[in-house]
Design a protein around this ligand. Structure first.
Ligand code: PEP
Length: 251
């Protein structure tokens, strides 16, 4: 059975002290989550926040990115094994901000997926269409192509470790969320696409999260959709009350 997951992507927000406060407040408000909770703080906070999460088996630490090479002369970069060494078990790969601002293309992203998996890190692989593609009504083709390019080189056992996050770019940080029907339609289309490549059982077991202006008010309706298995949350993960409310909306 696929896992229900809420993942919080803090992006480049919080000092270490603020991050620790946020984590403590979050842990105090969320007692028995119905699924997994994944927290992706900035790189500098991973070790400290990982220690706070460690006694809570349903809480997991994620990095927001990793480099595709195992080590070497890549100033400023961090490898998958380094992330594992500070307690991360997930890594976000292919967030639209990485694609847009850091020019991460499909070849780089598929190499990052391989690097993560080689160290036992589960990729949260992001995909999602720009507004132009939504308006041209070719969003499904666009997103399926991202999935194919980033993931379909993987053998079955490796693919099973991947979580997918569908995040329409026009909904990220804009306050304009996809409707629950738009989310369901895309998630269903992605599951069918995965099924054609890996078979129905693997497709059925793949967690597909929704991301894009998901908040305490709209989470329950979106998560209630049969093919939506939780969310990747940006802005609302920085407020412990909102994040706790989103987690309690898991089915
Ligand atoms: C994100 O960046 O992954 C995201 C979903 O952001 P927000 O929730 O702020 O739209």
């Amino acid at each position: 059975m696929r896992q229900q997951i809420v993942a919080g992507n803090w992006k480049m927000n919080t000092t270490l002290e603020e991050g620790i406060e946020l984590t403590k407040a979050m842990l105090g408000k969320i007692e028995s989550p119905r699924g997994l909770v994944v927290v992706a703080p900035p790189l500098t906070h991973l070790h400290g926040i990982g220690k706070l999460l460690q006694p809570h088996p349903q809480f997991h630490l994620a990095a927001q990115n990793c480099h595709q090479e195992p080590k070497g002369a890549f100033t400023g970069e961090v490898s998958a094994s380094m992330l594992v060494s500070v307690g991360a078990s997930f890594v976000i790969i292919g967030h639209s901000e990485r694609r847009q601002y850091f020019m991460e293309d499909n070849i780089t992203l598929s190499a990052k997926v391989n690097a993560a998996l080689s160290q036992g890190l589960k990729p949260i692989f992001c995909c999602g269409e720009p507004l132009d593609n939504r308006e041209a009504e070719n969003q499904v083709e666009y997103v399926c192509e991202q999935i194919k390019a980033g993931l379909f080189h993987l053998p079955e056992e490796a693919f099973k470790q991947v979580v997918i996050a569908y995040e329409p770019i026009w909904a990220i940080g804009t306050g304009r969320t996809a409707s629950s029907q738009q989310a369901q339609d895309m998630h269903q289309a992605l599951r069918e696409y995965i099924s054609k490549k890996y078979g129905g059982s693997i497709a059925d077991d793949t967690s597909i999260l929704y991301g894009g202006s998901c908040n305490a008010q709209n989470a329950a309706e979106i998560f209630a959709q049969p093919d939506v298995d939780g969310g990747l949350i940006g802005g609302a993960s920085l407020k412990s009350d909102d994040f706790a409310a989103i987690i309690s909306a898991l089915k």
